[in-house]
Every structure is written in C-alpha cells, then in structure tokens.
Design a protein around this ligand. Structure first.
Ligand SMILES: [Zn+2]
Ligand SMILES: [Zn+2]
Length: 203
C-alpha cells in the first residue's frame, strides 16, 4: 500500500492534480491505473484500493440522490479541492455580475461547447482552474472533460451529449454554485469595474 502523501509526511501536497491522494484523510483517487490495477479493481482508489463509490447509482444521472453523489465526488481529492477551495476574486465578481439565472444560461452554453461535442477540442485541458465559478463547478462535479464524464457519469466518449445530459450537468453546476455562493441573487448585480485600483497611499 502506498500513497503520494506518504512521501511527504505531515505536508499537504502543494499542487493538487487529478492523481493526488491523501488516503489517510479519506481523500482518494479513483482514476484507473492499468499498470497496477486489475480490471476487477476498477472504481477503487488506485492507491489504497478502497471502494467508496456506488458507481451504478452515480451513473444513473438522476437528480434524486444528489447528496450522496456530491459526497462521493468529494471523496476524490481533486474534486474535494474544488468543492472547498476559495473561489477567486474574478470568479466571484463574474458570478455576481451575472446572477444565478444568467449563470444557468452560461452553464448551458459552456457545457455544450466545452464537453458537448463528440470530439471536444483539447479534451482534458478545456476547463481552466480559475476565473469563472462554472470552471470550479465542472471540476467539482466531474463534467470538466469527457474522460471524467465517462468515468464518473457513464457517458461514453465519441458521441455528442444529448440535451437531457447537458441539462443534467447544468443542474449539477448550478447546485454547486448555490452551495458555494448561497447568497447569490438570481438577478445580475451592478458592480463597478475597478480593475486597476491601487492600494491607499501608493502612487
Ligand atoms: Zn485511497
Ligand atoms: Zn476532467
């Protein structure tokens, strides 16, 4: 049994990637690793081999048991990171300027374009890590690329997403936004742009 955390005892990894794990703190990595895992172990943590996710249920794409699905997503370290890390300033302002209703429209467009096509351009790199709360939502809910969507949600690669599927991921994203920014109004907020504001006393 080995996990990346063991190589740096007491230190949290500086850079979290999709193969990070900290199994002792119940943060795993469910990415399959052909080199060290048998096909029967698919779905288990690649390091400690624990089976935590009810994959059949996860892949139903039903909105009925979202609490359970969100818990499962958070048991993977990379997703846990995006469920809990601070939302950057630009993304917060962007979300407030849009409001929840327009964010929902933006999520539809974003999902259709970034992961909707049968062969999305730059698949695996099309979802930035910051700057827009919808990016956070996509990483958190595993709709960031077609590999994650196949693994977590059972959607095969090589075909475009149906409208129902896009709608499902929009719903996951919007629930994520509502959980991370519970006070976000539905309507857009007018926030003046002060991009280059200098700290007081500076020239
Ligand atoms: Zn593990
Ligand atoms: Zn992904």
């Amino acid at each position: 049994m080995s996990s990346p955390a063991e190589s740096s005892p007491g230190l949290a990894p500086l850079k979290i990637t999709c193969t990070s794990a900290d199994c002792d703190n119940d943060l795993h990595c469910f990415k399959f690793l052909r080199r060290t895992m048998s096909p029967a172990e698919k779905g288990a943590c690649r390091y400690c081999k624990v089976q935590l996710v009810d994959w059949d249920k996860m892949r139903t794409r039903s909105l009925n048991d979202l609490d359970q699905k969100f818990r499962a997503l958070q048991s993977e370290m990379i997703r846990h990171h995006f469920w809990h890390k601070d939302i950057d300033e630009a993304a917060l302002l962007h979300a407030r300027r849009k409001g929840l209703d327009r964010l929902r429209e933006a999520a539809t467009t974003r999902l259709q374009n970034s992961v909707g096509p049968a062969q999305p351009p730059r698949d695996g790199q099309q979802t930035p890590m910051q700057g827009n709360i919808l990016y956070y939502a996509q990483h958190a809910t595993a709709s960031c690329c077609r590999t994650c969507m196949e693994y977590w949600h059972g959607i095969p690669k090589g075909r475009s997403l149906s409208d129902d599927e896009v709608e499902y991921f929009v719903e996951l994203a919007i629930r994520y936004v509502a959980m991370r920014m519970p006070l976000l109004p539905a309507a857009p907020e007018k926030i003046p742009r002060r991009r280059y504001a200098k700290p007081r006393g500076s020239f």
